[in-house]
Design a protein around this ligand. Structure first.
Ligand code: GLC
Length: 565
């Protein structure tokens, strides 16, 4: 069994501060708003909270473009508010994790402003500034948000700076030891304040292929995806280990990496015993259906594919370390809208999806609103969209011959703004999020889907999440739910997810009937107890018929069960 860590049995929760809770009525969520909801999180059973960036920022990419790492953006409050939040969280036994965005900063950061003034001086070396090819970019890499990664340095004909994301997010030059020391100093400064650790944003990008050479084009724009460049870049582990030793290890900080496009054989080096992080997010189900061409070319994903992706990922990872399970985050659409077919998109189906995710091996990481089953927004017009990534994908769809209506349809399913609408606290004005008009319009369904309505109701999605979360600290089952090995059950059945969690004391069998029709499942065990059931009517709604050497479980449509066998 893996070495135990303090965070293994916790449940984590991501807050997107701009949309969580607005205490001052300006339509933008803030730190005071978060502090005011700590009791709600505590009650839900949350032990770790990750807050997306609250640093000073021009908000070109919603705070992922930082202009001062040591300051709180005034729209979120003050440093005093941050300290108050840390103090109140500590009182409630909640660890606060901040976002560490150090692949790039904002073009408004003092370092970049100094680099603009003197590209050949000290601060020019904080960035990747290269000569172009006769006024054309140095190479053909495409940025994540569209267009070249190279932007001309104002005032120069043939000098360019590199940005993997938006042009307002210049990449920091990790090859420069001075830059690395600046970053470690900043990390220690925040850890000294009492935060528990960091979520490491886009961290795989810190190592570039320093040849800065053209790669085979993969779209008709003549450019190649960032992933193609990353596949050629070696040596990231030296940076990550150094950061761990110099900044995280002395504080025993909790670190969780956002890693796409990493090499599977390197998993041990990321989250193994001596790995550079404590954990990373498991994005296996989120990569399904993706296309290098853009969102217009994506394919829909079924729950059986979701299941297979989870199984394949756990087969590799669970003996190495503990990844974090998510169904959505601020970059992904709402999981219930994405993975559940229309016929399963009610509370029963939502609980089933929650069950599959939270009963899988891993640290559950909820995203605000997931616990009440918030859904994608219905966008009526592209003007309702704020997100830079979505606007780029809309453009790509138009360029590929789709009409405006079709392009809107395409981006609606994937837009990052789906998950960024205000948290639905109540059916009151602006969903109870703010007394003023929210920066991004609410999802129109807040009258039906909101915390207040679900709080007192035993059969709500929220109540089921509480049950699932409580199991991770349950004196009887915690060890099995947290550490028990996950092994597939009935994998050949269609519209079905089943798996064991095998602990030293108990074996749990998780069964999910992912269709509207009843079905009978034969298990070669005696069922000792029903531990979880997403139907809360009389207990007799679980029909189990024992036979010699086994049991037949009659499952209703969209029923989710966890049985002790
Ligand atoms: C990460 C963030 C995303 C952001 C990007 C650039 O993927 O989660 O929101 O746009 O990095 O910082």
């Amino acid at each position: 069994m893996m070495k135990k860590k303090w965070w293994h049995g916790k449940t984590a929760y991501q807050i997107y501060p701009k949309s969580f809770m607005d205490a001052d009525g300006d339509g933008i969520g803030d730190l005071k708003g978060i502090t005011g909801k700590l009791d709600y999180l505590k009650e839900l059973g949350i032990g770790i909270v990750w807050i997306s960036p609250v640093y000073q920022s021009p908000f070109v990419d919603q705070g992922y473009d930082i202009s001062d790492y040591y300051a709180i953006d005034p729209s979120f409050g003050s440093m005093d508010d941050m300290e108050c939040l840390l103090k109140e969280a500590k009182k409630r036994g909640i660890a606060i994790v901040m976002d560490l965005v150090v692949n790039h900063c904002s073009d408004q950061h003092a370092w970049f402003q100094a680099a603009l003034k003197d590209p050949f001086g000290k601060y020019g070396k904080y960035f990747y500034i290269k000569e172009g090819k006769n006024g054309k970019p140095p190479c053909n890499w495409r940025s994540y948000f569209g267009g070249s990664v190279w932007e001309k340095l104002p005032g120069y004909d043939n000098l360019f700076y590199l940005h993997m994301f938006a042009r307002e997010q210049p990449d920091l030059n990790w090859e420069n030891p001075e830059v690395r020391q600046e970053i470690y100093r900043m990390i220690r400064w925040w850890l000294d304040k009492g935060i528990a650790g960091f979520r490491l944003d886009a961290i795989i990008n810190i190592k570039k292929d320093l040849r800065f050479a053209d790669l085979p084009a993969d779209r008709d724009d003549g450019m190649c995806s960032p992933a193609a460049m990353l596949a050629q870049a070696d040596g990231i582990h030296a940076f990550l280990q150094e950061m761990k030793q110099e900044a995280f290890a002395p504080y025993e900080a909790f670190t969780i990496g956002e890693l796409f496009d990493f090499r599977e054989e390197e998993l041990e080096r990321y989250i193994g015993e001596d790995g550079c992080f404590e954990s990373i997010f498991d994005f296996a189900p989120h990569m399904l259906g993706a296309s290098g061409r853009g969102w217009y070319d994506r394919t829909p994903v079924s729950l059986d594919e979701f299941r297979d992706a989870v199984f394949e990922s756990k087969a590799v990872s669970q003996r190495i370390g503990m990844m974090a399970n998510i169904i959505e985050n601020h970059d992904e659409p709402r999981g219930v809208s994405r993975y559940l077919p229309e016929c399963g998109r009610d509370e029963t189906g939502k609980k089933l999806l929650a069950g599959i995710s939270l009963m899988s091996f891993g640290l559950p990481f909820l995203y605000q609103g997931q616990e009440i089953g918030m859904t994608n927004k219905h966008f009526q017009s592209i003007r309702e969209v704020d997100d830079i990534n979505t606007l780029d994908e809309y453009k790509v769809a138009l360029e590929h011959g789709f009409g405006e209506e079709e392009a809107l349809q395409i981006i609606s399913g994937m837009s990052r703004d789906n998950a960024r609408t205000p948290m639905q606290w109540s059916s009151g004005i602006h969903a109870g999020f703010s007394s003023g008009a929210p920066w991004l319009a609410e999802n129109e369904n807040y009258g039906e889907i909101n915390v207040e309505e679900q709080e007192g109701r035993a059969d709500s999605v929220l109540s089921f999440y509480k049950e699932l979360i409580a199991l991770r600290t349950d004196p009887e089952y915690a060890m099995t739910v947290v550490y028990g090995l996950q092994e597939p059950f009935g994998r050949d059945m269609a519209d079905f997810t089943g798996f064991y969690r095998k602990g030293t004391k108990h074996t749990l069998l998780v069964l999910a009937n992912c269709r509207a029709k009843e079905r009978e499942v034969e298990v070669l065990h005696t069922v000792r107890r029903v531990v979880l059931n997403n139907y809360v009517e009389p207990a007799d709604c679980v029909r189990i018929r024992p036979f010699e050497g086994g049991s037949r479980v009659v499952m209703k449509g969209w029923q989710f069960l966890t049985l002790e066998v």
